[in-house]
Design a protein around this ligand. Structure first.
Ligand code: NDP
Length: 445
């Protein structure tokens, strides 16, 4: 396999999908050597079969707003690969959603899920519908209309969706409610459900907590055992960002920034637990904007910018893809940032990743660092299948163990001759090898 040739061909067959091309290129560059050391992979054309999704459902969702206007949105489900378990991956509701975004996310999800040690394949779904600014009833009607089409293609042993940007507990509950009614079963298709109907303790916290558990594994190798004295910059103010901040505070770190798609706040005194509770309420109850924090606590708000120019020792991007470019990566490094651990999916551009690797800072790619979310989703599936629920401590312990084992796999496959751990390479090779071996064993299907 020659990466350039393969990518040219992929771009020709699937034009105008830059995010998908970017995600594939990033993985292929780091697995090329390993792949080419296994001629049996090439013989079975594993590379095309692992990069191109198994299937994509694409459909129109029609719904009625509060004023009686009939609205349409485009919606999708990308079932990427189910060699190691049922398709599994979140649903994103955001105006920016189009096939390229979901194809990149489903591709990444496949390798991430392989890393978790649990039997889950990769998928992703979503729509260009944005819940922001819609009433509860509008969100409910949209979710129901989306499931009216999708329910035939999902199920506890086929495809298990969850949340992502714009899809939190409220949206999952509305979708699950409609699914349950149509499918006439209650086996827990969907994770991130409410605790009253099959949800798992720690699932809302899992991606943020998991990212910090991964970060701590990296820091411990450097002899750092807590976050005391660390100045932490976080982007986003949604599910991942808020629980990341909560765990940082618990371990003694100081959080100085959070953001949304309109701008960021910088609080020199630090966002403490009380202020974080305000952000949580702002996002989930008032459904307001991060700017209101700056008004309330009288701190800096920068409109239309991302937080990476602020001096920090640890950066935790937790908003969206491509939110750190080369220049911002250089700024982070020159300001003394020693670790970047990704809560979001592909938040750093390829050029930004190069900057982190060149400067040999601790850099954890999303598919390793944010795998805690899907890991606890996997644990939710196990609990649903057993018809019982584990206590919080048990789920948290399992999450910590999974993040430690993902870290170990990255170290195993990503340690370079000089001792530097290239976590990108480590995560990609470990995830790829597991899926590729499963595909090889199962023949050409
Ligand atoms: P939420 O919808 O809860 O929060 C998203 C946050 O990111 C909001 O603050 C939002 O601001 C901001 N944001 C969204 N789009 C943009 C944009 N284009 N530019 C700048 N800011 C933006 O989503 P999550 O917290 O669940 O997801 C955040 C990231 O984490 C995503 O990359 C997701 O794929 C990833 N992830 C999530 C997991 C989970 O369990 N939820 C699991 C693994 C990864 P605004 O309100 O203005 O839109």
């Amino acid at each position: 396999m020659k990466v350039d040739q393969f990518l040219d061909n992929l771009k020709r067959r699937f034009p105008n999908e830059p995010e998908y091309h970017q995600a594939v290129e990033e993985v292929l560059l780091s697995i090329e050597e390993t792949y080419n050391a296994h001629p049996e992979f090439e013989k079975q054309n594993i590379i095309e079969r692992i990069c191109i999704p198994d299937r994509i459902f694409s459909f129109r969702v029609t719904w009625v707003d509060d004023k009686g206007n009939v609205k349409t949105n485009m919606a999708y489900r990308v079932q990427h690969n189910n060699a190691i378990g049922p398709y599994k991956g979140g649903i994103r509701f955001h105006e920016s959603v189009y096939p390229s975004i979901l194809k990149f996310l489903a591709f990444e999800q496949t390798f991430k899920n392989a890393l978790t040690t649990l039997p889950m394949g990769g998928a992703k779904g979503g729509s260009d519908f944005t819940p922001q600014g819609k009433s509860d009833s509008e969100v409910m009607r949209f979710c129901q209309a989306y499931i009216l089409e999708l329910w035939r293609h999902i199920g506890p042993e086929t495809d298990v969706p969850a949340g992502d940007i714009g899809v939190g507990g409220r949206e999952v509950a509305y979708m699950f409610g409609m699914y349950r009614k149509l499918a006439q079963e209650n086996t827990g298709t969907f994770t991130g459900k409410g605790l009253e109907f099959g949800g798992s303790l720690i699932r809302p916290e899992a991606t943020g907590y998991g990212n910090i558990y991964f970060l701590m594994n990296m820091l411990k190798r450097k002899g750092i055992n807590d976050l005391k004295g660390q100045v932490v910059s976080i982007s986003g103010s949604g599910n991942v960002a808020t629980y990341t901040a909560e765990k940082v505070l618990e371990l003694g770190g100081k959080v100085i920034t959070m953001s949304d798609s309109s701008g960021y706040i910088y609080d020199a005194e630090g966002i403490d637990s009380e202020k974080l509770a305000y952000i949580f309420d702002l996002k989930n109850v008032q459904r307001g904007r991060i700017k209101e924090y700056a008004d309330k606590y009288n701190c800096k708000y920068v409109d239309g910018e991302r937080p990476w120019s602020e001096k920090c020792t640890i950066a935790l991007p937790s908003a969206t893809q491509n939110e750190i470019d080369k220049q911002e990566a250089e700024m982070l490094v020159s300001n003394g940032c020693m670790a970047v651990s990704e809560g979001a999916n592909m938040p750093s551009t390829m050029e930004a990743v190069e900057v982190f690797l060149k400067n040999k800072i601790l850099y954890a790619p999303g598919k390793a660092a944010n795998a805690g979310g899907v890991s606890v989703s996997g644990l939710e599936m196990s609990q649903n299948a057993m018809k019982l629920s584990w206590p919080k401590e048990e789920v948290d312990k399992r999450l910590q163990d999974i993040m430690a084992s993902i870290h170990e796999a990255c170290v195993k496959y990503g340690t370079e001759p000089d001792g530097f751990v290239n976590y990108v390479k480590g995560a990609n090779i470990a995830g790829f090898m597991k899926v590729a071996k499963a595909m090889m064993a199962q023949g050409v299907v």
